[in-house]
Design a binder for this molecule. Sequence first.
Ligand code: SF4
Length: 88
Amino acid sequence: MAKAAPQQEDTSKYTSGQFQTIIDQCEGCGRIVTAGADKFCRTYAVPAAKWRQGLCNFATHAKPEIVAAAAKINPLKASKRAAAKKKK
Ligand code: SF4
């Protein structure tokens, strides 16, 4: 089965004035579209707004770091568990 030829994306909507250009934080994202001399986001019309509160949630090049909190250990239960293991 032959693959369909990739379709040329119509970039005229990005240059219509409704879309704002990407910001520095967007560089490297896979959703960037180049229209003319400028770069735009395929997903958001105002990329700067997506970065105002931190990371853009649709960014393909930046993921939030998930910090796992260390589990709290109850010392009483830990000593009972250790004593139970010694009995075996
Ligand atoms: S998805 Fe987010 S990071 Fe990527 S180009 Fe759009 S606004 Fe920028």
